[in-house]
Design a protein around this ligand. Structure first.
Ligand code: ADP
Ligand code: MG
Length: 255
């Protein structure tokens, strides 16, 4: 069914001890859509992404992947995913790109991109290599296959991290502030790659402090405030006609 969202989160609650970080959040990632998450530092954006791909446990609410609800055992603080195979399937299909690129320093760029498809997904090495070279070329660093991460600029390292995420052939890409560790001129080269992926119709969730990126690339924008969705909608509405006072304050503080 083409209109089943890639993943869907309903009424998600997440606490760290006594600190409730997500207070009933909904998020739908329709296939081929880009959803941006914006909000102040500490509003829960990273936590929401990490809960979506089950890197973090959550205490209540539903998460479904391609229409299939995550199976849980236990409740509240004891709630855990029940099926390790389902967890692996979801995690490998929702590839994350982090602010700090997290490339392995002792591996070449090509080895970095090939590692997970070969070891986790156990795909054929020669096929993975061909795909990896293709993705590195696609993000504009096809000539950097044999160098080590330290030999690349931050923007090139982040593009390598995007190629690595793509090489998993995931159903969706999750970006957590992909440009915030970069100098402004390097930020643009990463933004162009993300814009290209949006134009290809990739399903993406992008946490970003870059309002230009959120406005230009997204189909839907969510403004989180202290663990709740304060406002959401089409980028033209959210940026052109923000309704909540908090969102107006946030937007004026970022421009
Ligand atoms: P954002 O990404 O929007 O800046 P986060 O999701 O990182 O926000 O954090 C939301 C809140 O959860 C913050 O108050 C943060 O301090 C807290 N938090 C995040 N990770 C942890 C953790 N591992 N343990 C305890 N508190 C955490
Ligand atoms: Mg964060």
């Amino acid at each position: 069914m083409t209109d089943t969202p890639v993943f869907q989160i309903r009424d998600l609650h997440k606490s760290y001890g006594a600190l409730e970080v997500l207070k009933g959040v909904d998020l739908t990632a329709p296939r081929g859509h880009v959803v941006s998450l914006i909000g102040s530092s500490g509003s829960g954006k990273s936590t929401l992404l990490r809960c979506a791909n089950l890197l973090e446990d959550s205490q209540s609410g539903e998460i479904s992947f391609e229409g299939e609800p995550v199976k849980w055992r236990g409740t509240g603080a004891d709630r855990k995913p029940a099926d390790p195979r389902q967890v692996t399937r979801i995690r490998t299909n929702l590839s994350m790109v982090f602010q700090q690129f997290n490339l392995w320093a002792h591996m070449t760029i090509l080895q970095n991109v090939m590692e997970a498809p070969v070891t986790v997904l156990q795909r054929d090495r020669a096929e993975v290599e061909e795909a990896a070279r293709g993705y590195l070329a696609k993000v504009g660093i096809g000539d950097k296959c044999d160098v080590y991460p330290a030999q690349l600029s931050g923007g090139q390292q982040q593009r390598a991290a995007i190629a690595r995420a793509l090489c998993m052939e995931p159903r969706a890409l999750l970006f957590d502030e992909p440009t915030s560790a970069l100098d402004p001129e390097l930020e643009q080269e990463v933004i162009r790659v993300i814009q290209g992926l949006a134009e290809e119709g990739r399903t993406m969730i992008i946490v970003t402090h870059d309002m230009g990126l959120a406005r230009d690339c997204s189909d839907h924008v969510i403004f989180l405030h202290q663990g709740r969705i304060e406002e959401e909608g089409a980028p033209s509405e959210l940026f052109g006609n923000p309704k909540s006072e908090r969102l107006r304050g946030f937007l004026s503080s970022t421009s």
